[in-house]
Design a protein around this ligand. Structure first.
Ligand SMILES: *Cc1c(COP(=O)(O)O)cnc(C)c1O
Length: 379
């Protein structure tokens, strides 16, 4: 069972005494502004204005920091805004090293929003330390890790990359959206920052958009300050309602995640032996290129995401997607419901995803129903 103490996470919510109503569940504080006392000052710990801080956001940030084993979390209106806070803090004309297999939107941020800043990136195969080292330039400020990666589930040796980066004075950030701290704790391997699209497993029900950056005691102070500034001054903050809802989702995080993991490996093994499937990408399969590294840096299982290459052409692949009944054909991931996503269609004409690849977000339904669904679709 999980090591994180869920009772502590629950208790981070204001006690019923503190919230003034005796409410067991923390109230949502909708007020945008907060009152000064009769002397005209703010009592200790009182919020001032909701963009700067809000009680529900503070509760959420405390829980997220605890889940990742960090000291502080900074939350945002989306995962993309969280990523922007990191890129922004690097300054103009910075160079970033990205994985060649990566969430599409991260790369697009540099290509579009930061192009006029003179920001650039090199995409490398992060399973090769030599490839990373060869990509380092004088202005390289950051190595961005995503493991397992999107959509090919390539596994990066997080500790080895963090060590290499440190030796060269380069920062590391890890997008831990897919693995989540239930399966992998990047701070244990020395990264400087962890990023999350909380829209995915932390939200868990496909109904909240959000993002977070988490810092550890080893994160450079000025970097964390720049990220907090981006949040407070830039104002891409999550609403009080979204913070409250995400906080509530975290109460069941440790119950949902083992089921995602168990269902995913069972489905991966089934698909791996199916004659209509050319290849299954899942780091928990013993024949997967990343299996050994995954075994070393992942715990409690190998995550809830996998991808498959279906024999035949793109049209056949789309036909399989349309025949599935339990799995919905939709983008995104990490919800309790199972989804398949044809990444080539989702990413558009510049996609490097194979035309016959389906990405699968395995939900928490009965595994028998999930396997039976593929069984009838893959004929
Ligand atoms: C969804 C996702 C993002 C972007 O997050 P949004 O909440 O959609 O802005 C970033 N990285 C990964 C791995 C994702 O899956």
């Amino acid at each position: 069972m999980p090591k994180v103490n869920t009772a502590i996470i629950q208790n981070l919510t204001n006690t019923s005494d503190e919230n003034g109503y005796g409410a067991v569940v923390e109230p949502i504080v909708m007020s945008t502004t907060f009152e000064r006392n009769r002397e005209g000052v703010f009592p200790e710990g009182r919020d001032i204005y909701t963009r700067a801080s809000n009680p529900n956001r503070r509760t959420l940030e405390g829980k997220l920091a605890l889940l990742e084993g960090g000291i502080e979390a900074v939350t945002f209106a989306s995962g993309q805004a969280a990523t922007m806070s990191v890129f922004h803090s690097l300054g103009a004309n910075s160079h970033v090293i990205l994985p060649d297999d990566i969430y599409y939107g991260t790369k697009v941020l540099i290509e579009t929003l930061y192009a006029s800043w003179g920001m650039s990136y090199t995409a490398v195969d992060m399973t090769s330390l030599a490839a990373i080292e060869a990509a380092v330039k004088e202005n390289t400020k950051l190595i961005w890790i995503e493991s397992p990666s999107n959509p090919s589930l390539k596994v990066t040796d997080i500790g080895a990359v963090a060590t290499l980066a440190k030796s060269k004075g380069i920062l590391t950030a890890c997008d831990n959206t897919w693995a989540t701290p239930y399966f992998c704790k990047p701070f244990d391997f020395g990264v400087d920052l962890i990023m999350h699209s909380t829209t995915k497993y932390f939200g868990g029900h496909s109904d909240i958009l959000g993002g977070a950056i988490i810092a550890s005691e080893n994160t450079p102070n000025e970097l964390l300050a720049a990220i907090r500034n981006f949040q407070v001054l830039g104002g891409a903050v999550p609403s009080a309602q979204d913070c409250w809802l995400l906080s509530r989702s975290l109460s069941t995080f440790h119950v949902r995640m083992p089921v995602h993991g168990q269902n995913a490996i069972a489905l991966a093994e089934y698909l791996n032996s199916h004659s209509a499937i050319e290849k299954v990408f899942y780091p928990g399969l013993t024949n997967n290129e990343g299996y050994e590294v995954s075994k070393k840096q992942m715990k409690n299982g190998f995550g809830g995401m996998l991808s498959v290459i279906i024999k035949g052409d793109e049209a056949n692949c789309l036909k399989v997607a349309s025949k599935l009944k339990v799995f919905k054909h939709a983008t995104s991931l990490g919800g309790v419901e199972s989804l398949v996503d044809h990444r080539r269609s989702a990413e558009g004409e510049h996609s490097v995803s194979p035309p016959n690849l389906l990405r699968i977000s395995v939900g928490i339904e009965s595994i028998d129903d999930l396997i039976a669904d593929f069984d009838q679709a893959l004929v």
